[in-house]
Design a protein around this ligand. Structure first.
Ligand SMILES: [Zn+2]
Length: 382
């Protein structure tokens, strides 16, 4: 086979064209991977709808949930990212986003290397017109070249894993990491009740991740009943709530509370990517619960309206309401230690215990004439 068939899109809203390219010569640290399966991701759909916020180098070959078999490789490409040996015939997957390993984020915030400042994307950003052409997985073969793109990461799949299953490893990982994020803030434990917003592929895979990581009950909110919610139940969702049936946000919150009983869910995970899911999902949580806004695609939206920025920035947004009984001694201790190191006497302004004194204290506080107005019924007792 001297030619390879590749699908190409000219731009958003266009139809795929199958074109042929010359099979590249495979240098020392490169490989040709025969594609067995490559999923269509929500991100691809957004790109094809023209939602991608940055210019893309059309024409390009999409497809980044790829699993395939190495059919040719250079002698210097000996192992995958984890050190597993690679040979012709090895089953592999390639993730779409490959951190550089060298930028400030990769070096100093390795847990946030997904926010690499200089990432390599396969199946996106690389033009069909730029040889060797084969960057996306919606093609007969995908070409990888570690000399040209040193950040390239190849992961070997188990020999007995089907390539269909292997092509789910990238989207499943997105769901798995979202629960890891909840674990990292102490927000997800064995037996927890989890509510998943969204019944698309990521929502379904989030059921798998939740259950494999120890969730107790899992509830999914989504639509339509067929094929999505039905499939969610087949994947082990204990209950599903249809947004076709419960059309108002309040009714969905009530429906979730009916199912989970008690005070609400321990974890709510948004796999819908819909900005309005956030405020609604928070109401499904028990007090003290954990909300995770997961995903990957972003629209360019503004700072004040785009809830999905929480996901895009991969940040922790934490609530803190008052304190617990166990926090008080920490406060006393801190004040005691810090007493001489801060001008506390300038923070506090004393007012006498009298009608006029209390009135003046309140007015001074309201007018911001003083910072901390303090009533002093007995001066000098301690
Ligand atoms: Zn980096």
């Amino acid at each position: 086979m001297s030619e390879i068939r590749v699908s190409v899109f000219e731009g958003a809203g266009t139809s795929p064209q199958i074109r042929t390219v010359t099979r590249p010569k495979v240098p020392d640290k490169a490989a040709l991977i025969k594609v067995g399966a490559c999923g269509i991701c929500g991100t691809d759909l957004h790109i094809l709808k023209g939602h991608w916020p940055k210019p893309l180098p059309w024409p390009l070959t999409l497809g980044h949930e790829v699993a395939g078999v190495i059919v040719e490789k250079g002698p210097a490409l000996e192992e995958d990212f984890m050190g597993n040996p690679l040979t012709v015939g090895s089953k592999v997957m390639l993730p779409p986003l490959m951190p550089c390993g060298r930028c400030y984020y990769c070096v100093h915030y390795p847990k946030s290397a997904n926010k690499c400042l200089n990432p390599t994307y396969y199946g996106r950003y690389l033009s069909f017109d730029k040889p060797p052409h084969l960057w996306g997985g919606w093609a007969e073969m995908e070409y990888v070249d570690l000399e040209m793109l040193p950040a390239t990461k190849i992961y070997r799949l188990p020999d007995d894993m089907s390539l269909m299953l292997g092509s789910l490893s990238e989207p499943l990982t997105s769901s798995l990491r979202a629960f890891k994020r909840a674990v990292s803030v102490g927000g997800f434990q064995v037996g927890d009740t989890v509510v998943i917003q969204g019944s698309g592929p990521i929502g379904v895979l989030a059921i798998v991740a939740a259950k494999e990581m120890g969730a107790g009950r899992v509830v999914v909110i989504g639509a339509p009943e067929k094929p999505r919610l039905e499939l969610c139940r087949q994947f082990g969702a204990d209950a599903t709530i249809s947004i076709d049936e419960f059309t108002a946000a309040e009714s969905r919150v009530e429906a979730v509370r009916d199912v989970v009983r008690g005070f609400g869910a321990d974890v709510v995970m948004d796999c819908s990517g819909h900005p309005s899911a956030g405020p609604e999902g928070m109401e499904m949580l028990r007090d003290g619960g954990t909300y995770v806004e997961m995903g990957q695609f972003t629209d360019a939206g503004s700072i004040d309206t785009n809830w999905h920025r929480i996901c895009v920035k991969d940040i922790n947004v934490l609530g803190s309401w008052a304190f617990t009984a166990n926090d008080i001694p920490l406060g006393i201790g801190m004040l005691h230690r810090a007493a001489d190191r801060y001008p506390f006497d300038k923070l506090q302004t004393k007012f006498p215990f009298s009608e006029a004194g209390i009135t003046e204290a309140i007015e001074s506080a309201m007018d911001m004439r003083v910072v901390k107005a303090t009533i002093v019924p007995h001066e000098g007792i301690g």
